[in-house]
Design a protein around this ligand. Structure first.
Ligand code: EPU
Length: 433
C-alpha cells in the first residue's frame, strides 16, 4: 500500500498544467454506450477511476483503448451485455452512470446498487424516479437495479432532491432522454460544468439538448446517435487544490489550461483568505504571504463552492489567523478529515451543521490516514504547510481522482515522495524530490 512522505514548511512556487476533469470524463465515458460509431475522447486523465470504468465498459462489450497520453478511443464491440457487477460498481459510484445509457440503448440494464460510502448516505432514488418517469420498468432484485424499456418516452422530470440537484442523477437521466421518443424537460437539473460538458458531448453525437448550464434542460429525443471527437474540460477541483497548495505554503502558484469561469466561487473564497488571485486566459495564479484570513463557507451545488473542495478549504482554515466555520450542505457528513487534520495540530471541532476551525500559527508533521479522495488532498495540503515530516497513508484514495499529484507538487518545489508503506512505524525522511 502506497503512502506519501512529505517534508512540509516550504513555499511552493511555479506553474503547473491541470488535467481533464474526472467528473466530466466518467459520465461521458459511460454515455459512449449510446454511440453507434467510435468515440475519441481527448484529455482523459490517467486515474484509477478511469481504469475502473474502462474495465466495467469492457465487461459491457465496449472497448476502451488508450491511445497516447490522455486520448481514449471507445467503441461498442458487443451490444448484448447489460449487467454491471457489484465487484466493479462498489469500487466507484460513478459506475452507476451506465444505467441510463444501457436502458436507453440496449433496452435493459442490471446495475448493482452502489451502497453508502465515506461521504455519508448516497441514495439513488432520483436516478430511479427519473428513469421510471421516462417509462422504464424498474425494480430491485438481489442488490441490483433492473431497468427495462422497449423505447423510453419523453417526460417532465423534477430532479430536486433534499440537498439540491443530483449531479450523476442528471447525467443518467440526460443520457437516457436523448434516445427517448419525444420531448423531455428536466427541472432542477444540476448546473455543474461537468454536466454541461456531458451535454455538449451528447450533442456532438447527434442529440438535441438545450438549456445546458441552467436548471431546466430540454431534450428532443432522436432515434440514433453517431460518433464524436471530444475534449474533456479542465479539472476545476484539481486546479483549485494546486492553487491552495500555493496559498497554504505562502508561495506563488499558477495553474495552466484551466477555465477560470468554472472557479468563480472558489476564487472568491481564496481571495477572502487574503491570497492574491489573478485570472488570465486559461490560467489562474495565486500568491500569498503571511497568515491567511479565516473564512465562513458552505459547500453548495454549482455555482457555489463545491463539496469536493470543502476538506481542502478546511486545511487552509486550519492555519488562518482566527476562527472559520465550514458547512457542507451537499454531503453534511463529509467530515472524516477532521480528526486527521487535528493529528497535524489543527484545532477543528464538529458542530451540528459542520465544523468550527480555530486557526493555529503552525501545524506539525505527523502520520495521518486518508479516508476518501478529497480528504486525502486536504491532508496533503496540511502536511505541505506543517513543520517537519508527515506520512499520508492510504493514498490509493488520492489516485482515484488526482493524476500524479505528488509529481506536480514536486515540480512546484515540494519535498514529497511516494513510498510503499513498509514496517509499522517506519519513518524515513524523504529525499528532496
Ligand atoms: N441525493 C439524493 N438522491 C439521489 C442522489 C443524490 O438524495 O438520488 C443526494 C445525495 O445524498 C447528496 C446530494 O443529493 O446529499 C448530492 O449528490 P449527487 O447525486 O449530486 O452526488 P453524485 O452525483 O453521486 C457527484 C460527484 C461527486 C461530488 C457530488 C456533488 C461524480 C462522479 N461524482 O456525485 O464527486 O461530490 O457530485 O457535487 O460526478 C469526488 O469527485 O470526490 C466526488 C465525490
Amino acid at each position: 500500500m502506497d503512502c506519501l512522505h512529505i517534508h512540509g514548511g516550504l513555499p511552493l512556487n511555479g506553474s503547473v498544467e491541470v488535467g481533464g476533469a474526472k467528473n466530466a470524463a466518467l459520465p461521458i465515458m459511460a454515455a459512449s454506450i449510446l454511440a453507434s460509431q467510435p468515440v475519441r475522447l481527448i484529455g482523459v486523465p490517467e486515474l484509477v477511476d478511469v481504469r475502473t470504468l474502462s474495465l466495467l465498459l469492457g465487461h459491457l462489450g465496449v472497448e476502451v483503448k488508450r491511445e497516447g497520453a490522455g486520448d481514449l478511443r471507445i467503441q461498442t464491440v458487443d451490444p448484448r451485455p447489460t449487467r454491471a457487477d457489484y465487484d466493479l460498481v462498489r469500487r466507484m459510484r460513478a459506475s452507476f452512470c451506465v444505467l441510463g445509457p444501457l436502458v436507453a440503448r440496449r433496452g435493459r440494464a442490471a446495475v448493482a446498487l452502489p451502497g453508502g460510502c465515506n461521504l455519508g448516505a448516497r441514495p439513488v432514488d432520483l436516478h430511479l424516479a427519473g428513469l421510471a418517469a421516462l417509462g422504464a420498468d424498474i425494480y430491485i432484485q438481489r442488490g441490483y437495479v433492473v431497468a427495462r424499456a422497449r423505447r423510453l418516452a419523453g417526460a417532465t422530470i423534477d430532479l430536486a432532491g433534499p440537498r439540491g440537484p443530483s449531479v450523476t442523477g442528471t447525467a443518467n437521466i440526460l443520457s437516457a432522454a436523448v434516445l427517448a421518443r419525444g420531448r423531455t424537460v428536466i427541472w432542477n437539473a444540476a448546473r455543474e460544468p461537468e454536466i454541461v460538458d456531458l451535454g455538449r458531448f451528447l450533442n456532438k453525437l447527434g442529440a438535441r439538448i438545450e438549456g445546458l448550464g441552467s436548471d431546466t434542460i430540454e431534450v428532443l429525443g432522436v432515434t440514433e446517435l453517431g460518433g464524436a471527437v471530444h475534449r474533456i474540460i479542465p479539472d476545476r477541483i484539481e486546479a483549485a487544490t494546486l492553487l491552495m497548495a500555493g496559498a497554504i505554503t505562502g508561495g506563488a502558484v499558477r495553474v495552466n489550461e484551466v477555465e477560470p469561469a468554472h472557479m468563480s466561487a472558489v476564487l472568491s473564497v481564496l481571495s477572502a483568505t487574503g491570497a492574491d488571485v489573478h485570472c488570465g486566459s486559461g490560467e489562474v495564479s495565486v500568491r500569498s504571504a503571511g497568515r491567511l484570513r479565516p473564512v465562513d463557507l458552505a459547500a453548495l451545488p454549482y455555482p457555489g463552492v463545491p463539496t469536493d473542495l470543502q476538506a481542502q478549504f478546511m486545511a487552509l482554515a486550519a492555519v488562518a489567523d482566527g476562527a472559520s466555520t465550514i458547512r457542507d450542505l451537499v454531503f453534511p457528513e463529509r467530515f472524516l478529515h477532521v480528526d486527521e487534520l487535528n493529528r497535524l495540530g489543527a484545532r477543528v471541532v464538529r458542530t451540528s451543521g459542520g465544523a468550527r476551525v480555530d486557526g493555529v500559527a503552525q501545524l506539525s508533521g505527523a502520520p495521518v490516514t486518508a479516508s476518501d479522495l478529497r480528504a486525502s488532498a486536504a491532508l496533503v495540503l496540511a502536511a505541505l504547510a506543517a513543520e517537519g515530516h508527515s506520512v499520508v497513508r492510504r493514498v490509493h484514495h488520492l489516485d482515484r481522482g488526482y493524476e500524479r499529484l505528488e509529481a506536480k507538487l514536486a515540480r512546484l518545489g515540494a519535498r514529497i515522495a511516494r513510498r510503499q508503506l513498509t514496517a509499522v512505524g517506519s519513518h524515513q525522511e524523504p529525499a528532496t524530490a
